[in-house]
Write a protein that binds this ligand. Structure first.
Ligand code: ADP
Length: 477
């Protein structure tokens, strides 16, 4: 061999070898020792078959014969014995060695790809693990590409969407829109553009929605919380969306039963309370003279009023749930309403100072009684959640196209973390000292429903121990 070629063979990181026509190894480059751990002299003069994994031998012999017939074979894999025991994977290419036009043997080159193979195997295993996990979580999981097409669904998602398997869903991803009608919590039809996945593509980071699924064929109804998160590419662009679909059908059914119960119970309570109230009035008339009994009757009557209010709140709650709260819209003077409410409340709580600063002239269009109910709620809360010796401020002003009412108290205040939640149904702040205020946690929920229905806004500014200011605005007429 020419010196140049010798140097190349000696330096090559791959193994370069030659075989005789009978398959005997006639030369092996030095890298053979580094890779396999054997000495070249251990193998030169021996048949190549001894180095090959038994399962790969048939293929190795087949290729050897092909080269002996003059063919060049590129890029095939064989497992080779290593000195430590075990096998390495090599990627081979080989060709006939031709001298004076005659095939005298074979020249081959082999690259060690064991590490690469192991990495590939590890990757495959971890992918398989992940797949098993994803397939077995109870939540539905889907991955959408940025063009909206489906890249992955697990079985839970496919079955919840009316398919038999995830494969079937990947083949026909839009069938579910034909099967289901989507609904919002208050029974309206759910616009597809509001689905969290689509909103992530529009730039939102973590949208979440409660979605009802009505099966058009069977009439069955299911509910899910759908959450979506973006996956970004290396340029920070949304490359895919992961949707997590949590089935809450059972929970919604329980909620519905609870709502039904509250509805029925409050309705049933109303009749006896009204009747008791009637008898109290009769008794009061009979006891004209100021005696001990009249005092008791007045107290009973006051308690009955409180009970009636509670029942009314519960009934309203049921009506809101069913979308049946009726609003009687009329034009009225907001200033008059505020003055009436404040003076009524002042009359029944003479021990408190309620200060009114009125700067409103404009009128409002809406349900006067419902808006009065909001104000009563806010002022009674201000009284309830502050000490007896502190005043309550009611300030009304005009602000651009709105009337703005603020109710300020100097009481216990509300922690920042609770401020969003207090407008939720039945939500009540737990007091760490165990002090409890009576109530059902409905007042603010009703108030926020009423204000929102009038295209207004309601919010609170507060801090623990700093008192609270509840604000609401309504469009002025
Ligand atoms: P309720 O007063 O019947 O519990 P609400 O819906 O009116 O129900 O209020 C919800 C919760 O918000 C209350 O339980 C209370 O913890 C808190 N809250 C309401 N108003 C105030 C206020 N002015 N100051 C402090 N906390 C308040």
């Amino acid at each position: 061999m020419e010196d140049r070629y010798k140097t190349i063979v000696n330096l090559a990181p791959d193994v370069i070898y030659t075989l005789s026509r009978k398959g005997i190894l006639t030369s092996l480059s030095p890298s053979f020792e580094r890779i396999t751990g054997f000495k070249t002299s251990d193998w030169i003069g021996r048949h190549f078959a001894g180095l090959i994994h038994p399962d790969d031998l048939a293929q190795a012999i087949k290729i050897f014969r092909q080269t002996m017939r003059g063919q060049t074979v590129l890029s095939y894999e064989l497992r080779i014995l290593s000195k430590k025991g075990g096998y390495l994977t090599g990627e081979f290419s080989s060709a006939p060695e031709i001298v004076n036009g005659k095939i005298v043997g074979k020249i081959g080159i082999a690259r060690d790809i064991t590490r690469h193979k192991q990495d590939e195997e590890k990757l495959r295993q971890s992918r398989d693990h992940l797949k098993v996990i994803l397939e077995n979580v109870v939540d539905g999981i889907t991955v959408q590409r940025s063009d909206g097409s489906l890249e992955y669904v697990n079985n839970a998602a496919a079955i919840a969407s009316g398919y038999r398997s995830s494969e079937e869903m990947l083949e026909n991803p839009t069938k579910w829109t034909e099967t289901f009608e989507l609904k919002t919590e208050d029974g309206q039809s759910f616009p597809l553009s509001k689905l969290p996945g689509r909103r992530v593509l529009g730039g939102e980071i973590e949208p979440r929605e409660v979605v009802g699924f009505l099966n058009k064929k069977t009439g069955e109804e299911g509910w899910s919380i759908i959450k979506a998160r973006p996956i970004f590419d290396e340029f920070g662009k949304v490359y895919a969306v992961v949707n997590i679909i949590n089935d809450i059908t059972q929970r919604m059914e329980l909620e519905r039963r609870k709502d039904d119960f509250i509805g029925i119970a409050s309705h049933e309570l109303k009749t006896p309370v009204t009747s008791i109230k009637g008898y109290i009035h009769l008794l009061k008339r009979e006891h004209k003279q100021e005696d001990k009994h009249t005092g008791y009757l007045i107290k009973v009557d006051k308690q009955l009023d409180k009970l009636t209010e509670l029942i009314q709140d519960l009934l309203d709650l049921g009506r809101i749930q069913g979308g049946k709260l009726i609003y009687r819209i009329e034009k009225f003077h907001m200033a008059d309403l505020i003055r009436d409410v404040v003076s009524d409340l002042q009359r029944i709580t003479p021990e408190r100072r309620i200060i009114l600063k009125n700067g409103i002239k404009r009128s409002v269009k809406g349900d006067r009684d419902r808006i009065a109910q909001v104000l009563i709620n806010l002022i009674t809360n201000a009284i309830k959640y502050s000490p007896r010796d502190r005043k309550v401020l009611v300030k009304a002003s005009e602000d651009k196209g709105n009337v703005h009412i603020a109710v300020r108290d100097y009481g216990i205040g509300i922690e920042k973390s609770e401020m969003d939640k207090i407008f939720d149904r039945f939500y009540r702040v737990k007091d760490s000292r165990g002090k409890t205020f009576p109530g059902l946690g409905i007042g603010l929920y009703l108030s926020s429903e009423i204000v929102t229905r009038h295209n207004g806004k309601i919010w609170v500014e507060s801090g623990k121990g700093q008192g609270s200011t509840f604000h609401f605005t309504l469009p002025a007429n």
